[in-house]
Design a protein around this ligand. Structure first.
Ligand code: HEM
Length: 540
């Protein structure tokens, strides 16, 4: 059902246009239109009073649920849920406000949100009624900007097909086959850094730029069997286009804010030819064109040979082409999706790994000796990838980074159909927020040191997959349920390869230890300035 503003806004636009027309053509006949416009403005005022003042106090179905104190009708509880380091504030609220698993809070202009605080609710959302909860419009909007899916992402049926036919490409077994390629790219980055250090051993390495480039190249190889070569060509055109895509893919904050009240997707779809003329639109077209070329070559090869994997084309696009399910446009969309979803999130995890290791020389030393013992320099690239997966401390460090630094610390969801949660009636369109980082660090789930960075929790037979947590839903960095990150095995593999390659070759000392942990104000948990480090080459 359309919201009040979705009805009001077109009416107001029509009346305003009619009034302008009247003033230009027949000012004496403008009075009825002026009266109509006044009535419309009054109705907006009344709606604002109802929505921002009366609804939260008297009419919401959630009025019996606890709300954090200090709500203002204009900003809601926004002061407590600011995106930079939201989790600390969220934790304080969850721990100090008595609640039974659900807290209601208010965003700017009194947009009501249910904050899920109880692991039973997470279980119910993801395993009992997984299709009752979906992606909010903002997420679809972000995905729609990079794919041509008309700002809708995927229908439930389309999503099931997408998962079913892509799953074989993302299994642990298939990922192992892709690890030599990941390792090769990691080695290439290490060699370029080495060259920079040989020129000036005192140089401070800005890892953000290196990690971005290696992630684009690795993702290109893994996702499409195509090397974008941004590592070797730091000034190339595609690199700038990727940078633009990364910086701007989530769209302007004001559009995301308006989307809470008005679904702008039909208008944005209508305006998309204009959007494609902006510099971001042109960058997207450029990357899309590159992906199209790769896809077309693969489709051609498949038509001629009847197989791609037989010819060692193991990348995700090749597996997707072989499935015969996806039309060319969807193969390109998938490529765009993977290039947006994978490199930024995984690259950010690598930064956090370097941040933790850079501050902990003992941990770094322990990890280095495991890597050097397990993967001597003489080992062939083909063997080294799978070998890395069997190194317990490396896996433990990577798991702990993913746990402590979830890329999406607060995960927004929306209720797709009228349902219940913890016995509470929850109407369609209710906004939900899952406090991922709260669960990831909750001492009730992880033990008394749940809030500390401690890779050892992942060591030991039973702990290697659970980290000793008492619930399968305690670690939510990759989401859960039917939308759980399809690329998680690859993310872990890329993280392991890059961390191992860097730690094996360099002793890392943070040059910006004091400030590297400062977060960028954004929905993603990313450091403001990234990792700057002084490196010493380790001779192995
Ligand atoms: C450390 C790295 C990564 C993190 C933390 C991460 C996290 C996430 C999260 C939280 C979701 C949403 C889950 C939900 O809605 O419940 C997601 C979805 C997704 N991720 Fe990842 N991701 C990572 C790496 C990757 C990589 C490398 C790929 C490459 C293919 C990828 C592809 C996707 C896709 C396609 C989806 C949408 C899945 C769907 O709706 O079915 N991600 N990821």
């Amino acid at each position: 059902m359309p919201t009040f503003l979705e009805i009001w806004l077109p009416l107001w636009a029509c009346t305003s246009s009619a009034l302008l027309f009247k003033y230009l053509t027949d000012p004496s006949g403008a009075k009825p239109v002026t009266t109509l416009l006044t009535l419309e403005l009054c109705s907006l005022g009344l709606w604002a009073i109802y929505w921002m003042i009366l609804y939260p106090s008297y009419f919401t179905p959630f009025r019996h649920l606890p709300t954090p104190p200090g709500r203002s009708w204009l900003y809601g509880n926004r002061n407590k849920f600011i995106p930079d380091n939201a989790w600390e504030d969220v934790r304080t609220v969850i721990e100090t406000l008595p609640n039974n698993g659900l807290i209601r809070y208010y965003e700017a202009f009194s947009r009501e949100v249910l904050l899920v605080t109880n692991i039973e609710a997470i279980k119910e959302m993801n395993s009992v009624k997984p299709f009752d909860f979906g992606h909010p419009k903002q997420v679809k909007y972000m995905l729609g900007r990079i794919t041509s899916s008309k700002f809708n992402f995927l229908s439930e049926h389309g999503h099931k097909l997408f998962r079913k036919h892509l799953r074989p490409a993302f299994t642990v077994t298939h990922t192992k086959k892709l690890m030599p390629a990941m390792w090769k790219k990691s080695g290439e980055m290490v060699r370029i850094i080495e060259t920079e250090l040989q020129r000036n051993p005192e140089t401070v390495i800005d890892f953000r730029d290196y990690i971005r480039r290696v992630m684009w190249d690795t993702s290109g190889v893994v996702m499409m069997g195509h090397d974008f070569q941004t590592l070797g060509d730091p000034d190339g055109g595609i690199r700038d286009r990727f940078a633009k895509l990364l910086a701007e893919f989530s769209g302007p904050a004001w559009i995301r804010l308006i989307m809470y009240y008005i679904d702008l997707r039909p208008i944005l779809t209508f305006l998309s030819p204009l959007f494609m003329k902006t510099s971001l639109g042109r960058s997207l077209n450029y990357i899309r064109h590159n992906i199209w070329q790769v896809v077309a070559q693969k489709e051609d090869k498949f038509r001629k040979t009847g197989s791609l994997q037989k010819y060692d084309d193991l990348d995700i696009t090749s597996v997707s082409v072989e499935s015969g399910i996806f039309p060319t446009s969807e193969l390109i969309d998938n490529g765009m999706l993977f290039l947006t979803a994978g490199p930024n999130s995984t690259g950010t995890a690598i930064e956090w790994a370097l941040y933790e290791l850079g501050r902990r020389p003992e941990m770094q030393k322990r990890l280095r000796s495991e890597i050097i013992d397990g993967c001597p320099v003489s080992m062939a690239a083909d063997e080294i990838g799978p070998k890395l997966q069997s190194l317990p401390y490396l896996s433990a460090v990577c798991n702990e980074v993913i746990r402590c630094y979830p890329f999406v610390p607060l995960s927004p969801k929306v209720v797709e159909k009228d349902t219940t949660l913890l016995g509470e009636r929850v109407p369609k369109d209710t906004a939900i927020q899952v406090a991922v980082e709260f669960f990831n660090r909750d001492t009730k789930l992880w033990g008394p040191d749940g809030d500390e960075f401690n890779p050892d929790r992942w060591l030991g037979e039973d702990a290697s997959t659970t980290g000793g947590a008492i619930s399968n839903f305690a670690m939510l960095s990759f989401g859960a349920g039917p939308n759980i990150c399809i690329g998680q095995n690859q993310a872990r593999a890329m993280l392991a390869c890059l961390v191992a390659a860097i730690v094996r070759r360099f002793d890392i000392q943070l040059a910006n230890a004091e400030t590297a942990g400062k977060l960028r104000p954004a929905p993603f948990k990313k450091s403001e300035e990234g990792i700057m480090a002084k490196l010493k080459i380790v001779n192995v």
